[in-house]
Write a protein of this length. Sequence first.
Length: 187
Amino acid sequence: MKILIIGANGHIGKIITPILEQRHKVTTAGRNSGEVSVDISSSASLENLFAQIGAIDAIVCAAGDSVTGDLFSMTDEKYFVGLQQKLLAQINLVIVGLKHMNDNGSFTLISGKMGENPAKGSSGKAVTNGAVNSFVIAAALEMPRGIRINVISPSKITDITAENLIKGYLKSIETSVNGEIIRIGYH
């Protein structure tokens, strides 16, 4: 299987990429690292990426920023970081990626525990991650050509095992699940 991993050099990417490389043909991409440079918030940048790598069987996104802070310190700009860099960027990745995805391929996006189980001071992450989860559930209903879409929703990276994280990604990529929030390190 030919897999594109966005954010392979991040905390999660460093855990999952070596395992996926053992099992599949992997291309890594990112804003500041990877084999191919890409800004997933830019359709033009994504089209350039796919022009370089061609059709793909699976796209894994382990990248995206959002801001934490107590409610009274949050501003439109702080919320917009997560909306632009995590939510809309991943939506863009799916919309552009669909044109380059092989039949029966898959998307694996990233959200986080705060989307369902927020803590005090986490409204920025809660809004963004919850919206990513909702997007995946809704988009799964409309995926064409047998393509699937799921989202990995991890707890704090220091609170989860590499083994559980890897199992979650393999479930999304290598099984038939579709429209699932794959929770890692919480229930």
